[in-house]
Ligand binder design. Sequence first.
Ligand code: GTP
Ligand code: MG
Length: 216
Amino acid sequence: METKKVEVIQDIHAENERIAREINADYNRKGIFAVNVMGCPGAGKTSVLKQIIARLPGVKTYVIEGDIESDLDTRTMQALGIETVQINTGGACHLDSPMIAGALKNIELKEPGILFIENIGNLVCPAEFEIGEHIKLLISSVTEGCDKPYKYPLAFEKADIIILNKSDLKPYVDFDDAFFSSGVKGLNPGVPVFEVSSKTGQGFDAVVNWLEEKRK
Ligand SMILES: Nc1nc2c(ncn2[C@@H]2O[C@H](COP(=O)(O)OP(=O)(O)OP(=O)(O)O)[C@@H](O)[C@H]2O)c(=O)[nH]1
Ligand SMILES: [Mg+2]
């Protein structure tokens, strides 16, 4: 029997974006505002979400936690009474829309509200993949250094809002505010940047006001 080699070339990004559009349309039907939370490992994504959600008592909130392994962050959120589901990628360094579609089978978005999706800790790949979100929230922290916009530009370029976390640690690290700001402005002029501390809660009221305005 003759065998033939068949080459199948798929545009992975195009398929990812097609599914992302379907997910987004479903959110719109349900009155869900979806936030893709990105940042490097340990930037404070989970800590920031705890602070934000605590300031939204009248709003139904849901969380999807993305991690390579473990359900530690999911357990943290569930212990606070927040409806949360876990995605474990088993190695992949970013979430994609098929993964989100799978997770959405495990969480019923019954009431309108906000869905926060904590992406894999990584300052590179998550920015390349749409996952059906309405906005991308990038968390950077002073302990990472002020040069990150220059070295990892895509995440800063694509962000709709940037949170600069761990401001309480500024006295202990060399963080050049002007250098950070001009890096951000060069990539993404006009993006709002909020400086916060998830340890003290400082700066979060302004973040929540911005999110609520954006959701409207
Ligand atoms: N001092 C200080 N520590 C913080 C702040 N935010 C987070 N941390 C600490 O930083 C560490 C990492 O915080 P997480 O919220 O787990 O970070 P993450 O980005 O969710 O981490 P991954 O999910 O592992 O990528 C923890 O020990 C937090 O307590 C902050 O504003 N100030
Ligand atoms: Mg986390």
